[in-house]
Design a protein around this ligand. Structure first.
Ligand SMILES: [Zn+2]
Length: 138
């Protein structure tokens, strides 16, 4: 029988692969979401990228200060992978911040159908001591 693997929607704060990602995780552990900005062209990335997609220059991490966004798009997942089947149906949403940066995360506290344009707030959840995730709250 195949080994059952847990899929976790978030970050294990002790599993950084690079110093850049380590800094991202340390900030996330403090409930700060970091974006990155290209040192050459100024392009911004969320979640952060270490290198610019346009010119491959180094990016620097800066804290995302925006906490409120609008629902840009969403999908309702009825048929979830096994590891998430207990959470189905669930909503995966793309929120757009006033700056234009977009972030994909779950909406976990919906009481009615989501509507494009509705306000979203960025939230964090510590799953355990070493696991944290960000999510949208309505
Ligand atoms: Zn660039």
């Amino acid at each position: 029988m195949a080994e059952k693997k847990e899929i976790y929607l978030g970050y294990s704060t002790d599993k950084a692969m690079t110093p850049f990602f380590q800094s991202f995780l340390e900030a996330l552990d403090q409930e700060k979401l970091m974006k990155s900005k290209c040192t050459k062209c100024g392009a911004e990335y969320l979640p952060p990228r270490e290198h610019c997609q346009k010119d491959m220059s180094k990016c620097e991490l800066t804290e995302l200060t925006e906490k409120e966004a609008k629902l840009y798009s969403y999908v309702i997942v009825d048929f979830a992978p096994e590891s998430l089947s207990s959470k189905a149906p669930y909503v995966v949403a793309i929120g757009e911040f006033p700056s234009g940066l977009r972030l994909t995360a779950h909406i976990t506290n919906l009481m009615s159908m989501p509507e494009v344009g509705m306000p979203l707030k960025l939230g964090f959840e510590k799953v355990d001591e070493k696991k944290i995730t960000y999510k949208w709250l309505v």
